[in-house]
Design a protein around this ligand. Sequence first.
Ligand SMILES: Nc1ncnc2c1ncn2[C@@H]1O[C@H](COP(=O)(O)OP(=O)(O)OP(=O)(O)O)[C@@H](O)[C@H]1O
Ligand SMILES: [Mg+2]
Length: 362
Amino acid sequence: MAQANLDVSQVMEALRRVQEPELHKDIVTLNMVKDVAVKGSTVSLTFVLTTPACPLKTEIENSIRQELLKLEGVEDVKIRIESSVPKSRDLQGRVGIPGVKNIIAVASGKGGVGKTTVAVNVSVALQRMGAAVALMDADVYGPNVPRMMGVHDTPRAVGDRILPLEGFGIRVMSMGFLNPGDRPLIWRGPMLHSVIQQFLRNVDWGELDYLILDLPPGTGDVQLSLTQTVPLSGGVIVTTPSDVALEDARKAIEMFRQVKVEILGIVENMSYFVCPHCSERVDIFSHGGGKKTSEDFGVPFLGEVPLDPEVRAGGDFGAPVAARGPESAQARAFYDIAKQVAARVSVANLTAPPAELITIRP
Ligand SMILES: Nc1ncnc2c1ncn2[C@@H]1O[C@H](COP(=O)(O)OP(=O)(O)OP(=O)(O)O)[C@@H](O)[C@H]1O
Ligand SMILES: [Mg+2]
């Protein structure tokens, strides 16, 4: 067997030439490499991603391999992949939830554009890719998460702690579990605030990489209560391409901006329809407005989801299409969006200056 005449420090030097394309720093500086060893002509290492749903995994892996194979005597590179999701910064006195690294709100200006569908499928996709995920239904008046997740039960309480239910490996909490059936809740703002706080603070969420919040439509009490009390890693805005939906999406963007919550990006749902009979594509609600709006406002575009009867059926029957796995044609868009969301969260957590640094004086 050929012997690579090099030591670990030379390998580290080569790894410093591999950049994380989103964070614009090398992977050694970012502490993404560990367990480097050289044995004969083989270099082995562990590469630690900032999310198991990293969209750049293969690209960075290839760059590592390329750089190391340039070293004299190296014939093989063995890469073990791990992930460690960074925690969001605690923002402006907003107190985080112990054990929960990131809280992500799924919002829209207009109702019925697919927030719950996106929240459910992105949650399932993140879980399938290896993240610890929970989904909180913050739509207290119109909770649709129980139906879309196929979870119907009554959560147990232990003392003042509420045990969430579980579906598709995801912990779930919803007002729909406490008030099932068709009887509407008629509450004023303070009651809403109180139930949202209980869901956030008194539910045993456990150790989570991502807690996804499915918001009601608009920019009202619940949105305010949430954005002002917990440190959100960011908000995802869902819209359809119609002008009416986009008009309201712009309001949601402004709301997040005003309360200083990072906008992770825009999802264009019901983006187009492909006829199953003739394969012709029809832009039922127009097309491209989500991307254009993201450009106008300088926020990321996370992807588009086609209008698909199977997505609707998955929602109605509690079998989200994302549970079919990333290879499924119906699920692919949600996996791509989930990766983008996870990447944006990592970038937000790792690029902004930590709060402590701002207060340190020389
Ligand atoms: N891409 C899609 N293809 C087909 N049907 C979809 C798609 N996205 C959402 N739907 C369907 O459209 C309806 C509304 O979606 P959903 O409930 O997710 O919207 P929402 O924004 O959460 O609504 P609300 O504002 O009432 O909370 C549901 O029946 C859902 O199954
Ligand atoms: Mg909804």
